[in-house]
Ligand binder design. Structure first.
Ligand code: NAI
Ligand code: MG
Length: 478
């Protein structure tokens, strides 16, 4: 079995303390595919120390913006070149489709390219105070930035926060998710290294959340945190940040709803569902996990959605023709089974799927629940699996009320051909992003984040860079 290592201070190393190894499984085969020694506090200390030293050396801060940009574009080129090799590892550790795994490296490259363009646009302003005072603002990095990454998009989510933090001039310690460390520790780290990033600026370790993760977010030399993951862990991270009064970017989960109006093109809803709830086995923070359909079209839509669910081919992510890939772990599979059981017990009707697939691997059937009521657990909680809940409404007010009636507010959608109705809905739905007649219309350039419990930060786009910078006001008595 292949051994993987942490990337600290420009070198690949085992944990400083001989101890537990984290063994990574292919969720489609349940076979072990690699192992990495588990990072503990000593490793966190080494990685933070390397990051702190490189920050204090000013190697990045003093690098002219154009040079920083060119270094970032080199990283992008390396990531693009590594997409085949990296995609293979990512496909087998995460379970996702091979093209989707390869695309994560392309997406990561896009982030580095995008934020390379902002390195020379971090501008302050001058403020009139008095004729004998010159007052101006500048933006400065925080220092050591800690990035805690989830397992659903290990490369993409990492690049999203890291590229922005790097463009802003921070040094970084990344903790990968314990379920998916391999492609990051090997191929992603190699891209950083090949591009010529000075040692210590970016460090990558793998350990458990309540071990190395906790040691990292509570480390005295960490000055800012970026977290993507569950609401529950997000709150733990925010507590750790509050304890030391440092800022944290939190991008959390969702229970996002698509409102389907009477005039909607139902095939557009079905096409969106294919990627947005059954793609990636539904393990997407902004998954379209609820459909709220007008009573005049609900039955017809349920038929179409259940036909879609039944047509999906289950398989390994690397097999041609696979539509439905496994979920990440046995634990996650059991969680989804429990949700499915609770839906059926509460009176919802599984018109497609509803149980685990009878084969090796952590597969759950593409599931469509009809007759879901707004208060049911399956309409309220994030399932993080290929399970779609369909609810019915009679008038627009009711649609908005059902859509907004969860603790989340990540994404929302509306399907209608009436532009007035679309814009009215878009303004009433709680969500950091609203999609019309589609799902996932954004790019690296569009700000992304949550309302309510889904978090309050924004990643992506020009807005995100301010999360990685602090503002200084300077006044000069002339
Ligand atoms: P999680 O939120 O616990 O894990 C995400 C990351 O946080 C991992 O790297 C983990 O090691 C780290 N972490 C966990 N506890 C930590 C702590 N105390 N201090 C620092 N870091 C810590 O997600 P988990 O448990 O793997 O999955 C559970 C649920 O989270 C899923 O069912 C899903 O609902 C949600 N989730 C949402 C994601 C999103 O993109 N919004 C991504 C991953 C999970
Ligand atoms: Mg957890």
């Amino acid at each position: 079995m292949k051994k993987y290592q942490h990337y600290i201070n420009g070198k690949w190393v085992d944990s400083a303390v001989k101890g537990e190894n984290i063994v990574v499984n292919d969720p489609a085969t349940e076979e072990a595919i690699g192992e990495i020694s588990c990072a503990v506090k000593d490793d966190v200390d080494l990685a933070v120390e390397a990051a702190k030293k490189s920050y204090e050396s000013k190697v990045l801060v003093d690098m002219p913006p154009m040079e920083r940009a060119s270094l970032m574009r080199k990283i992008a080129i390396e990531l693009r070149n590594a997409s085949k090799e990296g995609g293979k590892i990512l496909c087998s550790e995460n379970g996702k489709l091979l093209p989707a795994a390869e695309f994560e490296f392309i997406d990561a490259a896009n982030y580095f390219d995008y934020y390379s363009g902002l390195t020379d646009k971090i501008e302050g302003r001058t403020i009139p105070v008095n004729s004998n005072v010159m007052d101006y603002t500048i933006y400065e990095p925080f220092g050591v930035s800690a990035h805690i990454v989830p397992w659903n998009y290990p490369i993409s989510m990492l690049a999203r926060s890291l590229s922005c933090s790097f463009a802003a001039g921070n040094s970084t310690v990344v903790k990968t998710a314990e379920l998916t460390p391999l492609a990051t520790a090997s191929i992603f780290a190699k891209a950083i290294d090949n591009a010529g990033v000075p040692p210590g600026l970016i460090n990558i370790i793998c350990g458990y959340g309540n071990g190395a993760g906790n040691d990292l977010t509570s480390h005295k030399d960490v000055s800012q945190i970026a977290f993507t993951g569950s609401v529950k862990t997000g709150k733990v991270i925010l507590h750790a940040a509050a304890e030391r009064a440092i800022p944290a970017v939190v991008e959390l989960g969702g229970k996002s709803a698509a409102v389907v109006m009477p005039d909607a093109d139902l095939d557009k809803v079905v096409n969106s569902a294919k990627g947005a709830i059954f793609g990636q086995a539904g393990q997407i923070c902004s998954a379209m996990s609820r459909v709220i359909a007008h009573k005049s079209v609900k039955n017809q839509l349920v038929d179409k959605l259940s036909n879609l669910a039944n047509s999906l081919k289950v398989g390994h992510g690397s097999e041609d023709g696979t539509d439905l890939t496994p979920v990440i772990s046995e634990e996650q599979l059991q969680k989804i089974e429990n949700y499915s059981r609770s839906g059926q017990q509460a009176g919802a009707n599984a018109v497609a799927g509803g149980k685990r697939v009878d084969r090796k691997g952590y597969f759950f059937e593409a599931t469509v629940f009809d007759n879901v009521q707004p208060e049911m657990t399956i309409a309220q909680e994030e399932i993080f699996g290929p399970v779609l809940s369909v609810l019915e409404y009679s008038d627009e007010e009711e649609a908005v009320s059902i859509a907004n009636n969860t603790e989340f507010g990540l994404a929302a959608g509306v399907f209608t051909n009436d532009v007035n109705k679309a814009t009215s809905m878009a303004s009433q739905l709680n969500g950091g992003q609203v999609y019309v007649n589609s799902w996932f219309t954004g790019s690296v350039a569009t700000p992304f984040g949550g309302y309510k419990q889904s978090g309050y930060s924004r990643e992506k786009g020009q807005e995100a860079i301010k999360s990685y910078l602090q503002l200084k006001n300077i006044g000069i008595q002339l």
